[in-house]
Design a protein around this ligand. Structure first.
Ligand code: HEC
Length: 105
């Protein structure tokens, strides 16, 4: 019985393998950044360690949220972003990927 199972598994895996004889390509999900409002500053710094899709995964967020996130990137992960550029990025994020609010989310 074990032998039959093994043979069946082998046939199954070889036929599966045949279907993906080419290297598997993951779909490339493009998250274009909204242009304007110094998007190049956000591009310069926020794509060093992760993709823009990772940033946008958060959904629309408030100003305190984005402020906290940018600070976290700088303080905890040592993102080399000057104070002025941090503010530019926060404004960009709030305008295009958030909303003005004092709520923490
Ligand atoms: C020095 C590397 C680095 C840079 C530069 C950087 N990040 Fe991150 N970021 C990280 C790491 C590491 C994580 C994962 C943290 C975790 O899993 O807890 C992360 C996670 C995030 C997350 C997911 C939520 C969270 O808080 O973990 C957001 C949103 C984010 N980054 C936004 C930004 C933005 C906006 C910028 C540009 C200002 C930026 N990052 C620049 C390293 C970086």
């Amino acid at each position: 019985m074990k032998k039959i199972m093994l043979a069946a598994g082998l046939i199954l895996s070889t036929s599966l393998f045949a279907q993906v004889s080419k290297p598997i390509e993951l779909p490339y999900v493009d998250y274009p950044m909204v242009k304007g409002d110094y998007d190049e500053v956000a591009q310069q710094y926020c794509l060093i360690c992760h993709s823009w899709g990772y940033v946008l995964n958060q959904g629309k967020k408030s100003r305190p949220f984005w402020t906290g996130t940018v600070k976290k990137m700088v303080d905890e992960f040592k993102a080399p972003i000057g104070k002025e550029d941090q503010q530019i990025i926060i404004n960009y994020l709030v305008k295009h990927y958030g909303y003005e609010s004092t709520a923490q989310h």
